[in-house]
Design a protein around this ligand. Structure first.
Ligand code: TEU
Length: 528
């Protein structure tokens, strides 16, 4: 049950904002290499690197202009080889971010396709003549706002882009595209990666006839945590989640599995039974769980976001933040409450089937920064798809107090640094044993030491908010997510507290119930 990744803690490195090694204001691969030891000390075993390929950066690197080389601002092949070598020395596995759904419009395949219907790569993308009324071929919308079709004056046809117009969708029904990506995958696995974080793999195949998506009645449209509504106005029956995706994943699996590598999908589907199809024989090894990242602090909504997926979906990566959503401490009410709540949820999910996955800065309790409207770079906002600028969650990692936060020596970083307190920096938190960083380290070290927290059988003891608890073999996790003191039910037998998010003394024995402070969590071990 479950592969090697289930024993590890994952960590998302957002490369341009991790560490700038050469003083140009951009985080880079040598910067990552120099701090892999920091990640190993935190208890991380699996590192996902955000895209580092050549890119015009219309979507911060998710617009790839060449899948086989590197963005010179972020490093070169020798830097990448050195990174993987150092990771190997430290026992870390590394995942590459693979963006199969779309390329950059600057990719040579697309510039060739633009030369006209006879071009060799024309059919690598999705082209259609105008619809009956002369407008776009169907009613699909881009996730970044507006129609999902851009008009090409020269040929009089539209091309499909489910994201920005600078990100034309590839035509995965063309066998040449699939064959090309087989090669790209094999190339990077042979270079030393342990697998891929797959960008939106659930949208790569569309219904072959491209029918209109049905509209959702206005009263049922709910904005997501970024204030996005347009995408939610449609039922996405035909532009994602198509049944033949699983054949494609099995094709990819034939490349990864023999090499012991993994496929971790960014599948944004929050109905557990539907999501389970992806990892339960569907060809992906693991998927991120979006149920928590889409919530504010609403303890009563937590049980369905935990119990259902934990029991239904194999290979869950439990995430609270990412480069695409407001950071957890911000969503949960800001410091100090937001930090307490984020740690509580990290501890609550640490023993659930699957594995924990941090976004850089989670371990420091970082909140979003403010980004002035005229400095926003995010296409999601520039194209009107949402009100929340993802730039706010992408600011540089604060390594040390001071003008460049230990991130850069340049007078200006590529992204605003924000106002970080000295106590938010790595340097301060490493030195303070009571810091959040140490709380995460201890939590992950416990997970590493207790096999049952990773592999034991799961049984819920209390699955209604605000008191939640479960048993995992010889271990148990008890959470009080309410605003007042609580006595959380325990499984039968005697239990000893071994970890508390409030950092109070452990070692005490409990039977029946364990007292837990408001918005805190206790991890326990069974006593003979
Ligand atoms: O994200 C997909 C993405 O945009 C989701 O957050 C999406 O908004 C959600 O599924 C809507 O329901 C990935 C990358 O993580 C993101 O940074 C890129 O902008 C995007 O793909 C396009 O490559």
């Amino acid at each position: 049950m479950g592969g090697w990744w289930e024993d590890l803690v994952g960590y998302q490195v957002y490369v341009p904002s991790f560490l700038d090694s050469n003083g140009d204001g951009w985080g880079d691969l040598p910067g990552v290499t120099s701090r892999l030891g920091y990640l190993a000390d935190l208890g991380v075993g699996l590192v996902w690197l955000s895209p580092f390929h050549p890119s015009p950066f219309a979507d911060h690197g998710y617009d790839v202009a060449d899948y086989r080389s590197l963005n010179p601002r972020l490093g070169d092949l020798a830097d990448l080889a050195a990174l993987l070598e150092e990771a190997g020395r430290l026992g870390l596995r590394v995942l590459m971010d693979l963006v199969p759904n779309h390329t950059s419009s600057a990719h040579a395949w697309f510039t060739d396709a633009l030369t006209g219907p006879g071009a060799a790569h024309r059919d690598w993308y999705i082209w259609r003549p105008p619809g009956p009324g002369g407008g776009p071929p169907n009613n699909w919308v881009s996730r970044f706002g507006g129609p999902a079709w851009a008009f090409d004056q020269a040929s009089g046809e539209y091309y499909l882009h489910l994201f920005a117009p600078e990100q034309p969708d590839l035509n995965w029904r063309n066998p040449a595209v699939a064959a090309e990506f087989d090669d790209i995958m094999a190339h990077w696995l042979d270079f030393g990666f342990s697998g891929f974080r797959l960008d939106v793999p659930h949208v790569v195949l569309k219904h072959p006839d491209l029918p209109d998506n049905p509209e959702v009645p206005a009263e049922r449209v709910r904005p997501d945590v970024r204030g996005a509504t347009e995408w939610g106005r449609f039922e996405h029956l035909y532009d994602m989640d198509q049944p033949d995706l699983f054949d494609l994943y099995r094709r990819w699996q034939a490349i990864t599995a023999p090499r012991g590598a993994m496929l971790l999908g960014e599948v944004n589907i929050t109905e557990p039974a539907r999501l389970a199809r992806y990892t339960d024989g569907g060809g992906l090894d693991a998927v991120f769980w979006f149920g928590l990242i889409e919530q504010l602090w609403e303890p009563e909504r937590l049980p369905p976001a935990l119990v259902g997926p934990a029991g239904t979906v194999p290979g869950l990566a439990w995430v609270l933040s990412s480069h695409d959503r407001p950071r957890a401490p911000t969503r949960y009410g800001g410091a100090p409450a937001g930090r307490r709540r984020s740690l509580a949820l990290a501890a609550l999910t640490v023993g659930l089937p699957g594995f924990p996955f941090l976004y850089q800065g989670d371990e420091l309790g970082l909140e979003d920064i403010d980004v002035p409207a005229d400095q926003v770079q995010d296409p999601l906002v520039l194209w009107g798809g949402a009100t929340y600028a993802r730039d706010r969650a992408r600011s540089p990692h604060p390594w040390a107090p001071g003008p460049g936060l230990g991130f850069t020596t340049a007078p200006q970083a590529w992204m605003p640094l924000g106002q970080r307190e000295p106590s938010e920096t790595v340097e301060a938190q490493v030195a303070d044993r009571g810091s959040l960083l140490h709380a995460y380290r201890e939590l992950f070290s416990l997970r590493g030491a207790e096999e049952d927290l990773r592999r034991g059988e799961l049984a819920w003891v209390s699955s209604s908010a605000p008191l939640l608890s479960y048993r995992r073999g010889s271990t148990a996790v008890a959470a009080n997510l309410g605003p007042g003191p609580g006595e959380v039910p325990l499984p039968p037998g005697r239990w000893q507290a071994v970890y508390r998010t409030d950092r109070s003394a452990t070692g005490t024995g409990h039977e029946g119930r364990v007292p837990v402070a408001p918005e805190h969590v206790v991890v326990l071990k069974t006593l003979p």
